[in-house]
Design a binder for this molecule. Structure first.
Ligand code: ZN
Length: 193
């Protein structure tokens, strides 16, 4: 009847909470980036599972994991997409603000995934849009065998941004933004899924 709806039962998404273990990532006011990343990733995983998507988390605790192990785990799980979740920090700009998404220019589908995620995250949060950027030097993006993106959810180094990142409601908005971006990407991708 023409009301075709994409279904996602056969889709596997790898979510990668950045850092973990002794690699805490950014740290401000005793808040560890690794904990924020995990919290956002877990909630995004729940949101995707509610849509029938199979989700693997590269870590689901405070574990140390090499960058190569992260994309290897995604490949072993047969993941169709890989999304690494981080929070940002600036040494130089005390008022740095906003969300940005990184991709590797040579990993097929990654630009489109990053751009779609970026749009959905900004729409869900109202955060400043600092764009999607080619970052060919990031190992987790370079070694991905599937479309991959790395989202930077906000600046822990800016007090107002850190305060927002700590709020459960704001974490939920970020998580739903990530999930919505993935769903939009999957819905818009022609073939391959
Ligand atoms: Zn990070």
């Amino acid at each position: 009847d023409g009301s075709w709806q994409p279904t996602f039962q056969d889709v596997t998404v790898a979510l990668d909470p950045g850092h973990g273990g002794s690699s805490t990532g950014a740290q401000y006011n005793g808040i560890r980036e690794s904990d924020l990343n995990l919290s956002i990733a877990r909630e995004a995983a729940d949101a995707l599972r509610a849509h029938g998507i199979h989700v693997v988390l590269t870590r689901n605790g405070d574990e140390e994991l090499s960058l190569y192990r992260r994309t290897a785990l995604a490949a072993e799980a047969g993941a169709d997409l890989f999304i690494s979740i981080h929070c940002n920090a600036s040494d130089t700009d005390p008022e740095a603000a906003g969300i940005y998404t990184a991709y590797h220019p040579d990993v097929r589908g990654s630009w489109s995934l990053a751009d779609t995620l970026q749009g959905a995250l900004v729409a869900a949060t109202g955060a400043a849009d600092t764009g999607s950027w080619s970052r060919p030097n990031l190992a987790v993006l370079r070694t991905a065998k599937m479309p991959a993106a790395l989202v930077e959810c906000g600046y822990m180094s800016t007090p107002e941004e850190l305060e927002r990142l700590l709020q459960p409601d704001y974490q939920k908005q970020l998580s739903l933004g990530i999930a919505q971006g993935i769903l939009s990407y999957l819905g818009g991708a022609d073939g391959g899924f």
